[in-house]
Write a protein that binds this ligand. Structure first.
Ligand SMILES: Nc1ncnc2c1ncn2[C@@H]1O[C@H](COP(=O)(O)OP(=O)(O)OP(=O)(O)O)[C@@H](O)[C@H]1O
Length: 849
């Protein structure tokens, strides 16, 4: 390469060539090294191939960073650990500290590789004309690159050595060139300028000198070049070695990479196998787990089912025991209540009885006393009168005697005076006679006096007796009045007892089983308190077989005001209701009805020869006649009707008129009037029997499946009782309704069809209306609507059901197992009625006072 040629194209440097060319110092070598690097780049020296692609980037980054000045890179002068150590800088600056160098240069922020490069490049280019913009290999592999350094350090100490050498050979920064280098250069320049000044005028010499200088410079340059070439060759060798090392390491690394890849593949294979086996085992595990979960679920379900079953059984058991307990408690409470009521009743009854018997006793005693007193007094009076008469007679005799005596006395006195004269004449002989006569006169006078005093005593006694007789008569009159009052009190106390018993009372009667087995088996019916109060009845349901084969029977316990077993006769039953019948006489509206299915014994209880109707009328007659003594006189009249298919028929009329004659029910001033009815006055007890006979003939009887002689209508016997007390001027109006209801069996069990079905429907409708009326009355709301008008039966009984009346219901039960369902239905209905409390009854009684 011809450098002179090259220089001719270059701009002429105004700088004087260094005079000290022949002794190239460290600086010159250093600068050349930099230039050589550039030259090496120009001569297409093989660049060290980046080992890894990743290595290229940090190099560029390093270059870019190095191009920045400190202020651009921040205040930290050593942003990276690969910056040249301060010691190196110090050595470059000739023992001057970096801070000192900065101060001298006037800038503290020019210590950058780029400035160093630019300065060295420009100095070299200005001297050698080499382009300075070529890439600098040393920069790319220099110490500024931490990664590279570390890599190279790892690969071999030689390469590291080369780099450090390269670092050491690097020129100092432009602004802080070392004193030695600049001094040398200045010395050379001043020496040259002195020589030029001396030989200014000697051009030849000057040219020769210049040529010599130039030749020296060339020599120096050449030697410098040679040195540089040697260095470069050495460096080249080093680099070759480094390249070989790098290639070796590259091949090792490639091998390692291959091995690693193989390993990776193997591992991948293994991983795949492991993954597959794992997946398989996981699948198996999942399947096993699923099966296990299924098993667990199933067992859990079974357990749950068991627990649920157990819980249900437990709940049922508890419920049953609770129900039993509740029932027992209720029963006990009811029993206690009933006991209390019974006790109160008994107390009241006993008190009443005591009071009544005491009063009666008193009255009887009084009457007896009066009678006794009167009689004895009369006897006494008679005796006294007799005595008086005797005394009067005696008195008369005494008076006559006295008169006689007086006449005798007068005669005696006359004879005495005659005698005195005689005595006087006769002397002393007659004085004794006179004395005796005087004593006789005195005795006679005393006798007269006595008789006179006895007569006064007798008349005093007579007056006394008359006074006591008057007293006795007055006391008898007051006792009679008291007795009347006692009767009124008795009635009110009796009514109180009735009220305590309840204005709606329910009694149950179980009829006896038929003698033949034709009607089927007898149901199991128990009477738990038959020996005590006879208020309970318990039905045992049909046999039920549980899933475990246990045979059980359901118990149906019921409690009423009284329960009559099959052996009870009508007489005993009437004993219980006779007091209620008495209430009708006392002015109350009384309603007694029999309820129950067909054939359960309603008609037998109510209308048979010794049923409630004949017994009630008989009692009423008796009571009415007894009440006569107490001043009461009664008029009684009866009606007998039937309600059939919501029509009223007069049972005392002609059956032919049933369809022709329409009867209407009217309520007038709390009285019920049924138009067009035959009213029969009850003048004797036997009249009732005639009435019953006539009614029985007329009564609608139809054959049904349930009972061949079943009554298909409700029959109502109405007895009006109007009483008047002539003594107290009181009046009373009571009504006794004795109702024999139609059979209550359900439509389904009756098997009725056609006309019978219509009958059954109507019967059921009116019975259900009766239940509604009782239910509405039981609610006890003042002014509440009571659905009397919903059926003919309830409308007819309007004044005998509720407020102003006393009601008694007989629920009749059949003992047959075939009738168990119907019996239960009847008893349940009766229980509802029994649980109803109807307000206090009021008697229809007026006082004329
Ligand atoms: N307590 C009893 N003692 C004896 N026999 C009875 C008794 N109760 C009912 N009977 C008899 O049972 C049969 C049916 O009785 P009853 O006619 O009184 O039943 P019922 O309920 O009035 O039927 P229906 O609703 O059809 O009028 C009759 O033969 C009756 O004599």
């Amino acid at each position: 390469m011809d450098y002179s040629e090259e220089n001719s194209n270059m701009q002429v440097s105004r700088m004087r060539p260094p005079s000290n060319i022949g002794s190239p110092g460290k600086l010159g070598l250093s600068e050349m090294t930099q230039s050589d690097n550039n030259v090496r780049t120009q001569s297409k020296m093989p660049q060290p191939r980046p080992i890894k692609h990743k290595l290229a980037a940090p190099v560029t980054e390093s270059v870019a960073q190095r191009r920045k000045v400190f202020p651009q890179r921040g205040e930290d002068p050593y942003p990276r650990s690969n910056m040249p150590p301060p010691q190196t800088a110090q050595s470059i600056t000739g023992g001057m500290s970096l801070a000192d160098a900065g101060k001298r240069a006037g800038s503290s922020a020019t210590y950058t590789s780029s400035s160093r490069t630019a300065s060295s490049a420009s100095s070299v280019s200005s001297m050698s004309g080499l382009p300075s913009s070529k890439p600098d290999f040393s920069k790319s592999v220099g110490p500024g690159h931490g990664h590279t350094k570390s890599l190279y350090s790892a690969r071999g100490g030689q390469l590291s050595k080369t780099f450090s050498q390269s670092t050491r050979n690097r020129p100092a920064p432009n602004g802080s060139r070392p004193r030695s280098a600049s001094g040398t250069r200045n010395q050379v320049a001043s020496t040259a300028s002195k020589q030029v000044a001396k030989e200014e005028w000697n051009e030849e010499a000057k040219r020769g000198q210049l040529e010599g200088v130039y030749a020296d410079f060339l020599k120096m340059t050449k030697s410098n070049f040679d040195d540089s070439i040697t260095t470069i060759q050495k460096r080249n060798i080093e680099l070759e070695i480094a390249k070989q090392q790098l290639e070796t390491s590259n091949s090792i690394l490639t091998k390692e990479l291959d091995a690693t890849r193989e390993k990776a593949q193997t591992l991948e294979g293994k991983l795949m196998t492991t993954t597959i086996s794992l997946a398989t085992s996981l699948d198996e595990q999942a399947r096993a787990s699923k099966i296990e979960i299924d098993d667990l679920n199933r067992s859990h379900r079974y357990e749950l089912d068991d627990i649920r079953r157990e819980r249900l059984a437990e709940e049922e058991r508890q419920l049953r025991s609770h129900r039993d307990e509740t029932h027992e408690l209720k029963r006990q409470a009811a029993m206690e209540l009933q006991d209390k009521i019974l006790e109160i009743e008994k107390n009241l009854e006993s008190k009443l009885e005591e009071e009544r018997s005491r009063r009666i006793r008193e009255v009887e005693e009084l009457e007896a006393q009066i009678q006794r007193g009167g009689q004895t007094q009369l006897v006494e009076l008679e005796n006294k009168t007799l005595e008086l008469q005797i005394i009067q007679g005696a008195l008369e005799d005494a008076k006559a005697g006295l008169q006689r005596e007086q006449a005798l006395k007068a005669e005696a006195q006359r004879s005495l005076s005659g005698l005195e004269e005689k005595m006087r004449t006769m002397g002393l002989e007659t004085s004794t006679t006179i004395m005796s006569l005087q004593s006789e006169v005195q005795s006679q006078s005393a006798k007269i006096h006595f008789l006179e005093s006895g007569s006064r005593e007798q008349s005093d006694r007579y007056a006394e007796m008359e006074a006591s007789l008057r007293e006795a008569q007055e006391s008898a009159a007051s006792s009679k009045t008291k007795l009347m009052k006692e009767e009124t009190l008795r009635r009110s106390l009796f009514n109180q007892v009735q009220e305590l018993k309840g204005n709606i009372r329910v009694m149950c009667r179980v009829r006896p089983a038929p003698s033949n087995d034709a009607e089927g088996q007898v149901a199991q019916i128990k009477y738990p308190d038959v020996d005590k109060e006879s208020k309970e009845v318990e039905l045992l349901g049909k046999e039920e077989k549980s899933s475990l084969g246990n045979v059980t029977r359901k118990k149906y316990p019921f409690t009423f005001d009284r329960v009559f077993g099959p052996e009870c006769q009508n007489e005993e039953i009437f004993g219980e209701i006779s007091q209620l019948v008495q209430s009708a006489l006392d002015g109350y509206n009384v309603c007694i009805f029999c309820y129950g299915q067909t054939g359960s014994g309603k008609t037998h209880t109510m209308s048979s020869a010794d049923g409630m109707i004949p017994r009630a009328t008989r009692q009423i007659y008796e009571s009415a006649s007894n009440a006569k003594e107490k001043g009461w006189s009664y008029t009684m009249e009866g009606n007998f009707v039937e309600v059939y298919n919501e029509e009223i028929h007069d049972l005392l009329g002609s059956s032919k008129d049933f369809d022709r004659k329409k009867h209407e029910i009217r309520h007038n001033d709390k009285q019920t009037i049924v138009t067009g009815l035959e009213t029969v006055p009850l003048t004797s007890a036997n009249t009732v029997e005639k009435i019953l006979d006539s009614a029985a003939k007329n009564r609608s009887v139809a054959a049904t499946k349930s009972n061949e002689r079943s009554s298909r209508s409700h029959s109502v016997f109405i007895l009006k009782l109007v009483g008047k007390n002539s003594t107290t001027n009181e009046t009373s109006e009571g009504i006794l309704n004795l109702v024999d209801l139609a059979g209550s069996e359900r439509l389904k069990s009756s098997g009725a069809e056609g006309e019978r079905m219509k009958e059954t429907q109507n019967i059921n409708k009116s019975l259900s209306c009766l239940g509604d009326v009782i239910g509405a009355l039981g609610q006890g709301k003042e002014g509440a609507h009571i659905p009397y008008r919903n059926s003919k039966l309830t409308y007819l009984l309007q004044n005998s059901l509720g407020g102003n009346s006393k009601t008694l219901m007989f629920v009749m039960a059949s003992p047959l197992e075939a009738h168990l369902t119907e019996t239960l239905t009847s008893l349940k209905f009766a229980t509802k009625v029994h649980n109803t409390h109807i307000g206090t009854a009021k008697k229809s009684r007026r006082s004329n006072d």
